[in-house]
Design a protein around this ligand. Sequence first.
Ligand SMILES: Cc1ncc(COP(=O)(O)O)c(C=O)c1O
Length: 351
Amino acid sequence: MCVLGHAHPGLAAVIADQAKTLIHTSNLFFHPLQGQLAEKLASLSGLPRAFFCNSGTEAVEACLKFARRYWYTKGEPRSEFIALDESFHGRTFGSLSVTSDEHYRKPFEPLLPKVTFIATNDAGALARAVSKNTAAIIAEPVLGEGGIRPLTPAFAAAIAEACAKTGTLFIADEVQSGLGRTGYPFYFKALGLHPHLVSIGKALGGGVPIGAALVSQEVADTISFGDHGTTYGGNLLACRAALCVLDELVGGGLLAQIGRVGRHLEQRLRGIAAARPSLVKEIRGRGLMWGIELTRDAAAVVPAGLERGVVVNRTAETVVRLLPPLIITEADVDAGLDRLDAALGAVGAVA
Ligand SMILES: Cc1ncc(COP(=O)(O)O)c(C=O)c1O
């Protein structure tokens, strides 16, 4: 998404500059921007290899395929996946197969077989579901579409234990929670997890389509040239935009700002929740990724917010989701939350 806002001068300048030289070449040729971007992502994530694509769902799709390829190469073909209730991983067939919501799945069944869904944050259910037939466990470190639900440290420990016991791979889907959104480069790090594969997208290009699967060396060693590919994935324009986003995030001090503004946002949200106990059940989130769970359907908050000049969205029926651009300031937070509070007031007044 547009994490640097609209018409960011630095991003606009590099896109224009790149368009004047070379937007795209055949992916039969290496270009240095891919190498530079892969190196930066490797140092942020700890995963040394990257496959570039165009969207979040393609990144997840690549992770699922690479997990299968890993077990095929090892001569022990494992085909099963474990995913979480309330998960969302995208709308292509593989990603949809590990997405739990019937609303997205039903019209396209049959999907991939052998996907087991377990309750989010239920360590016991994970221990019962995992086996030596499990190719990978896939989870969003903070479930986004599912209502902004961070994984608990106990569940993270259960994932690590399940992988250690059975050799199962862990895929962290950071398409929504990654690249600074939670105040961390990746939320799996805050949970102490060491995924074998990580999917990213959304924030990476600052609005220019690009996604990536970040891959451990162990898994990368099992993939052969030509196993997977895409025409535009990681082209020069997209890589140049992504390099600019990462420069802002790390070198430009954005990560530190997200931490500071995020704490302010949390404090203000807690105040709003405390003042509206009959409407607000709970607030959840990290950094600049927050959900306000209402005691009723949250759909009416969206138009009420738009009328007052603030864009929010509703997810998981009862949750108002806030994903502001990462450049947001404390003053912008205050202006936006005043409007949101007024929208909540209007919705709360209609019993
Ligand atoms: C966690 C997660 N994974 C994957 C996707 C799919 O990304 P895209 O819409 O870019 O295909 C999304 C999109 O909302 C997401 O939130």
